[in-house]
Design a protein around this ligand. Sequence first.
Ligand SMILES: *Cc1c(COP(=O)(O)O)cnc(C)c1O
Length: 302
Amino acid sequence: MDIIDERNVRIQPLNNDWYGNAVAAVDMLRLDWLHPIISGNKWYKLRLNVLYAQEHNYKTLVTFGGGHSNHLAATAHAAKVAGLRSVGVVRGKYLQLTATLEACAKDGMELIFVTQADYSSKQEPEWERELAQHFDEIYIIPEGGANDAGRKGAELICRFIKDSYTHILLSVGTGTTLTGIRNKANVAQQVIGFAPLKQGAYLKEHIAPHLHADKNVNWDVLDAWHFGGFGKCTDELIDFMNEFYSMNKIPLDVIYTSKMMYGVRDMMSSGYFLPADKVLCIHTGGLQGNAMVNHRLLQHHS
Ligand SMILES: *Cc1c(COP(=O)(O)O)cnc(C)c1O
């Protein structure tokens, strides 16, 4: 069963004015065109999990995330389309639902709000015992889809990536998508993750153990472009998103891809790349998370 049609996914070259002579090409893999809600990388991480749950007659998908988690929204929608129930365990209390949580609720996800302390102290088996008492036949997907099925599913993104790219750039949250891509892509290609959170380079410790021994080279996670931390943004970032949209007609999301592309531009001006490099940036989606800044974005008004 494939509930998502991949035919909308394309490679789009960026406007040459955006990168000049810094590199030979910058292309963007438009995974955001996959689906308006199960966008970008989320479907690849969910795909094998949803298949497994269906094949083994589970009735309820349970997963975890914060109030801006695109993974929660994608899981809610995937469950709905696959005919499964869904439950989202949400970190923190919200007086008002975020746009992302509203999207979850709209797709029938039951939301359970837990304190930060509870959220981080409980291990999966504990949650499983507790949730199994309240819901039918639960299949647990860890936060961010960070399990073997998620990493394996992310490998499928490489079907869109030619060997001629010297660099594959993407945003990271859990690093699950990067792991799948590093494991599958040609070993000579540089796979660089951009963490939109402070001190995000620690993610490398979580990624490395899941890499095949022969693929544990030519990859990195950079964390210089966090703009104050996860979910935070500045006027400068909004201006950058608008400028990027004007030049390339590609909408970026405020949590992940805008911070990556800002970093890419910085790296080009500081001479990180060689003029012959061919760079592929992955648009991992997440545009539904822009709701709170949409009124400041050109892309929303054109
Ligand atoms: C979730 C998400 C990521 C991070 O993916 P990981 O596999 O957790 O590293 C990157 N970009 C966007 C837009 C996302 O929604």
